[in-house]
Design a protein around this ligand. Structure first.
Ligand SMILES: Nc1ncnc2c1ncn2[C@@H]1O[C@H](COP(=O)(O)OP(=O)(O)OP(=O)(O)O)[C@@H](O)[C@H]1O
Ligand SMILES: [Mg+2]
Length: 327
């Protein structure tokens, strides 16, 4: 949709003259186009969806979910205008803020919010068995193998690296996880620096709630704690001070189901890689179809980061054991 067309649609939606609608592109999203829209004193965040199919269901569901979250003190933004006449345009309130800087001083606020979101997710949880948990990961592994054969677009070195990483992670989890019921929580599954806005050390916004789903609690904690403990976004090494602060801020109840902190610490490095494994094919398509300029940050760095985590798993496990209260 060209800018002028969007301006006219927004003017109709907001019931104002097109001449007073000011639009600016917001950089950073991978799947959708986003804009800041200013109309006299009011600012809006516009999300323009690519696919029209089912957007209105997504909006209804996300609205209910974010209202529930706001009621529990989570800064989730509000949809202020939506009409089936323009099904792919969603108008949110605009939140002023900046993405997390990566500094240690912001980690406690981010972990505090994560703790709150995970605790709410615990109220909507379900237990799954070890095979139920591992079989979707096995499916991802098989998809990686198939696309390696047929997908000429995918970087062969990175792709082979991801496949062998996935094999290592799967066999470590197969061997290391006990056959017990695994607590899955209903949680924001894209809790990353890309979906957070801050003002200094305060979190102002957690967006992209369409990604909320059932996730294994231990894996989700490991992925998120490591995500906010790296030396740079989406990659680099882990920093012990950030990891300490993140895990130290989480509500102790989140670790209640953990069968021994030692077992959690040993498997932490493997669980921490899974978010990267689960999203690799999506990131790879984005890079190869639209954003070759992001190959390093979206594909190379995450792989290096995961390999570092596995190669240094003893060190990482020791840090986890030190950061958490012993049994
Ligand atoms: N209500 C808001 N007010 C101000 N800025 C926002 C708001 N919601 C999101 N943003 C900014 O816009 C960026 C992109 O938003 P969002 O995460 O909703 O889309 P996306 O990342 O393109 O979607 P996806 O994650 O599905 O690819 C975010 O990183 C955030 O900085
Ligand atoms: Mg996003």
């Amino acid at each position: 949709m060209i800018l002028q067309e969007l301006k006219h649609s927004l003017a109709k939606l907001l019931k104002v003259d097109p001449g007073v609608v000011m639009l600016n592109v917001i950089e950073g999203g991978l799947s959708h186009k986003s804009y800041r829209c200013d109309v006299s004193e009011c600012s809006y965040y516009i999300k323009l969806y690519n696919k029209i199919r089912n957007i209105s269901n997504v909006v209804t569901y996300t609205n209910q979910l974010t209202e529930y979250m706001r009621g529990r003190g989570v800064p989730a933004s509000r949809v202020v205008f939506y009409s089936s006449e323009f099904p792919n345009i969603v108008v949110h309130e605009f939140i002023e803020g900046r993405p997390p800087s990566g500094e240690l001083s912001q980690v406690a606020a981010i972990a505090g919010l994560y703790s709150k979101v995970a605790m709410i997710g615990r109220d909507h949880s379900k237990y799954l068995s070890k095979p139920e948990y591992l079989s979707p990961i096995q499916i991802i592994r098989d998809q990686l193998e198939t696309s390696q054969v047929s997908g000429a677009e995918i970087d062969p070195v990175i792709h082979t690296g991801m496949l062998s990483l996935t094999d290592r992670v799967l066999s470590a989890l197969e061997a290391g996880m006990r056959d017990e019921k695994l607590l899955h929580i209903h949680v924001h599954d894209d809790f990353t620096e890309k979906n957070i806005l801050m003002d200094g050390d305060q979190v102002k916004l957690l967006c992209d709630w369409d990604s909320c789903r059932l996730r294994y609690c231990n894996e989700h904690i490991a992925s998120t704690a490591s995500r906010f403990s790296t030396t740079r976004p989406l990659g680099g090494l882990l920093q012990q001070d950030k990891l300490d602060r993140f895990l130290g801020t989480l509500h102790p109840v989140l670790f209640e189901n953990v069968a021994g902190i030692e077992a959690f610490a040993v498997l932490f490095p493997y669980w921490a890689t899974l978010k990267h494994i689960r999203t690799y094919l999506f990131r790879s398509v984005v890079v190869h179809r639209d954003r070759p300029d992001l190959k390093q940050s979206l594909l190379s760095w995450p792989l290096q980061h995961c390999l570092w985590m596995i190669d240094n798993r003893q060190q990482v496990s020791d840090w986890i054991s030190q950061a958490l209260p012993s049994d």
